[in-house]
Design a binder for this molecule. Structure first.
Ligand code: 1PW
Length: 211
C-alpha cells in the first residue's frame, strides 16, 4: 500500500537495497523512490510536475527490471557493467540510447542527494525554520547545478508553495516530532550510504556527466 507515505517504510526499503557485498538492488532502490513519490504527492499538487518526471524515470527502470534482460538489472553494479560492455549508453551526447538505465538512474541519484540534504536540514531544524528555505538551500547545493534556468525557476515556485514544518512532520507518519527526528537520524546514514556507493561506482566509470 503505497499511497500513504511512511518514513519507516523508506527506511526499510533503503536498508533492503544494500547487499552484503554493498551492492545496490535496483528493486529496492526503485521501491524507495516510489515511497518518496508518495511523499511528494502528499505535499500537494505543486509537486506534481516534479513527481511526474520521477515517476517516468522509475517506469523506465522498472521496464528494464521486468524486461527480457532483467538478469542484468538486479543491481546498479550489474546494470552499469552490462550496459557499458554492450554499448548501451550514450556517453557524450544523446543518440541511439537516450533512455539507458545508467543515465536514467543518474537523474534519480542526483535527486537523492537533494533529498538527503533536505532531510538532514529538516532533522536539525527548529520550530521557526522554513521548509521552503530548507528545500531550496538543499536544492541549490545539489540538483540545481544540473538543471537549466527554466526548471530551476519552476522548482523555486513549487518550493514557495510547500506546507510548513509541522505538516512535513505529520506527513512523515512516524509519530511525534521527536520520533520523526529519531527515525530521520536512523534513515539518513542509509540513504547517504546508498548515495555514496552509487556515486563512487559512477565516478569510477566516468558516468557522472551522462547526457
Ligand atoms: C520534498 C522532497 C522531494 C524530493 C524529490 C526530489 C525530486 C527532484 C526532481 C526534480 C524534477 C524537476 C523537473 C524535471 C527535470 C528533469 O529535466 C530532470 N530530472 C531530474 C529528476 O532531475 C532531468 O531529467 P532529463 O531531462 O535529463 O531526462
Amino acid at each position: 500500500m503505497a499511497d500513504t507515505f511512511s518514513l519507516q517504510r523508506v527506511l526499510e526499503t533503503f536498508r533492503s537495497s544494500l547487499s552484503e557485498k554493498k551492492e545496490v538492488y535496483m528493486k529496492y532502490y526503485i521501491a524507495g523512490w516510489q515511497e518518496l513519490v508518495a511523499f511528494m504527492n502528499s505535499l500537494g499538487n505543486v509537486f506534481s510536475f516534479i513527481s511526474k518526471d520521477v515517476v517516468s524515470k522509475i517506469q523506465i527502470l522498472e521496464n528494464f527490471l521486468l524486461g527480457e534482460n532483467r538478469s542484468h538489472y538486479v543491481t546498479i553494479q550489474s546494470m552499469v557493467k552490462y550496459e557499458l560492455e554492450n554499448d548501451l549508453v550514450d556517453l557524450t551526447k544523446r543518440g541511439s540510447h537516450p533512455e539507458s538505465g545508467c543515465r536514467t538512474l543518474l537523474r534519480l541519484h542526483r535527486a537523492l542527494r537533494w533529498l538527503e540534504l533536505f532531510l538532514e536540514r529538516l532533522r536539525t531544524s527548529t520550530e521557526d525554520s522554513k521548509t521552503s528555505v530548507m528545500c531550496s538551500d538543499a536544492y541549490n547545493e545539489s540538483l540545481a547545478q544540473h538543471h537549466p534556468w527554466l526548471i530551476r525557476k519552476a522548482v523555486g515556485v513549487a518550493f514557495c508553495a510547500l506546507p510548513g514544518r509541522d505538516t512535513f512532520f505529520d506527513v512523515m507518519n512516524a509519530g511525534d516530532h521527536m520520533q520523526v527526528v529519531a527515525l530521520l537520524g536512523e534513515s539518513l546514514p542509509l540513504i547517504a550510504e546508498v548515495y555514496q556507493i552509487t556515486e563512487d561506482l559512477y565516478a569510477k566509470n566516468t558516468l557522472l556527466e551522462l547526457p
